[in-house]
Design a protein around this ligand. Structure first.
Ligand SMILES: [Zn+2]
Length: 112
């Protein structure tokens, strides 16, 4: 991937900001949880490492997705609607999100 690590971290930071600390599928508050960042369309199927193709899920929704109980089209629709109102991201309390991201960075973001 061109740009490698820096671009990857920037995209992950963007998706973490967009989720507003909630599962983007069931809206569970992710404080105290280990969020999973999924590619909606898997990379091996030609999916891109972009905000439009990434979704933050709680452990339960992550499991459901892997198990086939949530389909790609449902997740794509959620993210397409969010990306339409993407400018909201600029209005978030940046410091609070930064602190959350840093604390996440010290734990694990599961990128699957
Ligand atoms: Zn969830």
């Amino acid at each position: 991937m061109p740009g490698g690590w820096a671009i990857r971290k920037r995209v992950e930071r963007g998706v973490i900001m967009r989720c507003e600390q909630r599962c983007e599928h069931c809206t569970l508050n992710l404080h105290g949880e280990s969020p999973r960042v999924h590619h909606i369309k898997p990379l091996e199927d030609g999916g891109a490492h972009t905000l439009a193709n990434l979704i933050v899920l709680c452990p339960n929704c992550s499991w459901k997705l892997k198990n086939g109980d949530i389909d790609q089209a449902t997740l794509k629709q959620i993210i397409d609607e969010k990306e339409l109102e993407n400018t909201r991201i600029n209005n978030l309390a940046a410091r609070e999100i930064d602190e959350w991201f840093i604390s996440l960075d010290n734990t694990v973001i599961y990128l699957v």
